[in-house]
Design a protein around this ligand. Structure first.
Ligand code: NI
Length: 226
């Protein structure tokens, strides 16, 4: 499932983040790419552990754990600390699939990349190109969202970033290890949770809500990996 999560950061916050990142010293994006994807990757990246990056990542993580749509869709077990990239002057990243397991720098923790996320900081009108193209079971999707919005998609997807031919596309990207490894199971739980929330608003006293909510939790209990 591919999901648009609006307003993870407000437009003002996204703007402040973009301005701060624009003034930073960027490095070659190949530093975090595997051997094969390094051949396809032509962008800039904020060095891992950069103080500004850490500060923004902290804000993002705080917002994400309070975001009901993100929590419902991702069912996160843990996050790989957000990274930051900049595509400009024709920068692009050809088709690839992200590494399955990533070691968190400076620790022994590893994150299985069940889900990938991109949070946009640049206003889509301020640059040309830079679409995130994702091939999933429903065909090819082209993603270019408002500043502050995020896209969540399965880590198993083939994806690329189109060349940026004007302006700069500044974004954050990171991965999520989910309690539910399988995208199909996770999507079923998400759809069920959304329907339960809708019913809770429309018919809050219906006795079947108790049973439906219980069934959601019993499925989650059966499938969750901790
Ligand atoms: Ni990727």
């Amino acid at each position: 499932m591919l999901l648009h999560i609006p307003n993870v950061l407000s437009a003002d916050e996204a703007e402040r983040v973009r301005v701060a990142l624009e003034k930073s010293e960027w490095a070659d994006g190949k530093i975090t790419a595997g051997y094969q994807s390094a051949q396809a990757k032509h962008n800039l990246q904020l060095p891992e552990g950069h103080p500004l990056g850490r500060e923004i990542a902290e804000l993002m993580v705080q917002r994400l754990w309070q975001n009901p749509l993100f929590m419902s869709a991702a069912l996160p077990e843990k996050l790989y600390p957000p990274l930051f990239n900049c595509y400009t002057g024709g920068g692009h990243f050809g088709f690839h699939i992200d590494n399955a397991v990533r070691q968190v720098p400076g620790g022994s923790e590893r994150v299985r990349t069940d889900l990938s996320a991109t949070l946009f900081f640049s206003d889509p009108d301020s640059y040309d190109g830079g679409e995130l193209v994702i091939q999933d079971t429903y065909g090819t999707q082209r993603v270019k969202f408002a500043a502050g919005d995020m896209v969540l998609y399965p880590g198993t997807s083939l994806h690329k970033v189109e060349p940026v031919t004007r302006g700069a596309r500044i974004a954050s990207f990171f991965w999520i290890q989910s309690l539910i490894r399988d995208d199909g199971q996770r999507t079923l739980l998400f759809n069920m949770d959304q329907a339960i929330q809708q019913l809770t608003r429309d018919v809050p006293d219906h006795p079947s809500l108790l049973q439906l909510t219980g069934t959601y939790h019993n499925l989650l209990r059966q499938w969750a990996e901790l």
